[in-house]
Design a protein around this ligand. Structure first.
Ligand SMILES: NC(=O)C1=CN([C@@H]2O[C@H](COP(=O)(O)OP(=O)(O)OC[C@H]3O[C@@H](n4cnc5c(N)ncnc54)[C@H](OP(=O)(O)O)[C@@H]3O)[C@@H](O)[C@H]2O)C=CC1
Ligand SMILES: Nc1nc(=O)c2c([nH]1)NC[C@@H]1CN(c3ccc(C(=O)N[C@@H](CCC(=O)O)C(=O)O)cc3)C=[N+]21
Ligand SMILES: [Mg+2]
Length: 297
C-alpha cells in the first residue's frame, strides 16, 4: 500500500487565493487593506528565510507588510516599545514576533505584550485560554493548517484516536486542543513517554512535532493511519548542501499510512497561508466587519 500524499503546497495555494479574494473584497467595499507586522530580532538565517517568505506572500495577497528587523543585541525594553507602537497603529491588524528570541529577552513577556486582537500567532495566554475553553479566538497557524488538512484527508474525525508527539506551546498543545474540539480522543506524547512505539501503533491520526529527523518509524504506525509531519530538520549532505526532512521516516511510513504530508511541501506552506488568513480575520474583527468564510477552523 502506498499512502495518499497530502499536498500542503497546493492546499496552501488555494487558501492564499481565498485570502486574496477577501482582501480585494475588503478594499472594494470598505477601503480597508489588512496589514501584518513581522518582527525579527537577530540574523538567524532560517528565521530570515521564513520571514522573507511571509512578507512576499503577504504582499502577493494584496495586504500591507510591515517589516522590522532588529539587531540581535536589541533590549527587551526596546522590543516591548515597538510592540506598544504596533498595538496602537490602526494600519496594523496582525503582529508576529518571530521565535525563538535570544536568551536575554523573555519570550513570555513579549508574547503577553501583544494585543490579543492582533495576535495572529495565537500565542497570547488570553487566546490560548479562549481556545482551551471553546471560545472564538485566533488559532495558532501550524496546528490550524494541520487541522485543515486533516479535515480534508483524514475522514470523519469524531472518535478517532489522535496521538500528538510533542507538547510545545506553538504546535503540540494547541494541536491537541483542536483535535479535542473535533471530538478525537487525544493522547499527547513527549520525551518522557514510555513505549511510544506501541502508543503510536494505536493511533488513527499521528501528528509529529518533535524536531528529530526520521524519528517516527513506519513500523510503529497502525495500517491506514493519517500522518501529519510538522518537523523541519535540515540535514547536512556532507557535500556543503543541506536537505530538509521531517520528523517521520517518510520512506517506511508511506507504505503503512493511508495519507501522509511530505516535508517540504506539507505543513510548512500551510502555516504561512494560515498566518495570512488570521491577519484577514483579525482585521475584520477589529473593524467589526463580517467574518470571511473558510479562513478559520
Ligand atoms: N512546519 C511548520 O510550520 C513548523 C515546524 N516546526 C518544526 O517542528 C518541530 C517541532 O517543533 P516544536 O513543536 O516547536 O518543538 P519543541 O522543540 O519546542 O518541542 C519538541 C517536543 O518533542 C518532544 N520530544 C523530544 N524528544 C522526544 C522523544 N525522543 N520522544 C518523544 N517526544 C520527544 C519534547 O518533549 P519534552 O517536552 O519532554 O521535552 C517536546 O515536547 C521542529 O522540527 C520545528 O522546526 C515548528 C513550528 C512550525
Ligand atoms: N512567531 C512565530 N510563528 C511561527 O509560525 C514560527 C516561528 N515564530 N518560528 C519558527 C516556526 C517555524 N515555522 C515555519 C513556517 C514555514 C515553514 C515552511 O514554509 N517550510 C517549507 C520549506 C521552507 C524551506 O525550504 O526552508 C516547507 O515545509 O515546504 C517552515 C517553518 C513557523 N514558525
Ligand atoms: Mg529567550
Amino acid at each position: 500500500m502506498t499512502a495518499q500524499l497530502i499536498d500542503g503546497k497546493a492546499f496552501a495555494a488555494t487558501l492564499r487565493e481565498k485570502v486574496a479574494d477577501h482582501v480585494a473584497h475588503l478594499k472594494r467595499t470598505h477601503g480597508v487593506t489588512p496589514g501584518l507586522a513581522v518582527v525579527l530580532v537577530g540574523d538567524d538565517p532560517a528565521s530570515q528565510v521564513y520571514v522573507r517568505s511571509k512578507q512576499t506572500q503577504t504582499l502577493v495577497a494584496g495586504m500591507h507588510s510591515y517589516e522590522y528587523t532588529l539587531p540581535s543585541e536589541t533590549s527587551e525594553t526596546d522590543l516591548l516599545g515597538l510592540i506598544r507602537e504596533l498595538n496602537a497603529d490602526p494600519d496594523v491588524h496582525g503582529i508576529l514576533v518571530q521565535l525563538p528570541l535570544s536568551d536575554h529577552i523573555d519570550e513570555a513577556s513579549v508574547i503577553e505584550s501583544i494585543d490579543p486582537a492582533k495576535d495572529v500567532d495565537g500565542f497570547h495566554p488570553v487566546n490560548v485560554g479562549r481556545l482551551a475553553t471553546g471560545q472564538t479566538t485566533l488559532v495558532p497557524c501550524t496546528p490550524m493548517g494541520c487541522l485543515m488538512m486533516l479535515r480534508e484527508y483524514g475522514g470523519r474525525l469524531t472518535g478517532q484516536h489522535a496521538v500528538v508527539i510533542g507538547r510545545s506551546n506553538i504546535v503540540g498543545k494547541p494541536m491537541a486542543q483542536l483535535l479535542l474540539r473535533e471530538n478525537c480522543t487525544v493522547t499527547v506524547a513527549h520525551s518522557k513517554t514510555v513505549d511510544l512505539a506501541s502508543l503510536v501503533n494505536r493511533a488513527d491520526i499521528v501528528v509529529a512535532t518533535v524536531g528529530r529527523p526520521h524519528f517516527v518509524q513506519g513500523e510503529w504506525l497502525k495500517t491506514g493511519a493519517t500522518v501529519i509531519d510538522v518537523g523541519i530538520n535540515r540535514i547536512d549532505q556532507g557535500d556543503d548542501t543541506t536537505r530538509l526532512v521531517g520528523d517521520v521516516d517518510f520512506d517506511t511510513a508511506k507504505d503503512i499510512a493511508c495519507a501522509i504530508t511530505p516535508v517540504p511541501g506539507g505543513v510548512g506552506p500551510m502555516t504561512i497561508a494560515c498566518l495570512l488568513a488570521n491577519t484577514v480575520t483579525a482585521c475584520c474583527r477589529q473593524l467589526t466587519l463580517p467574518e470571511p468564510v473558510g479562513l478559520t477552523v
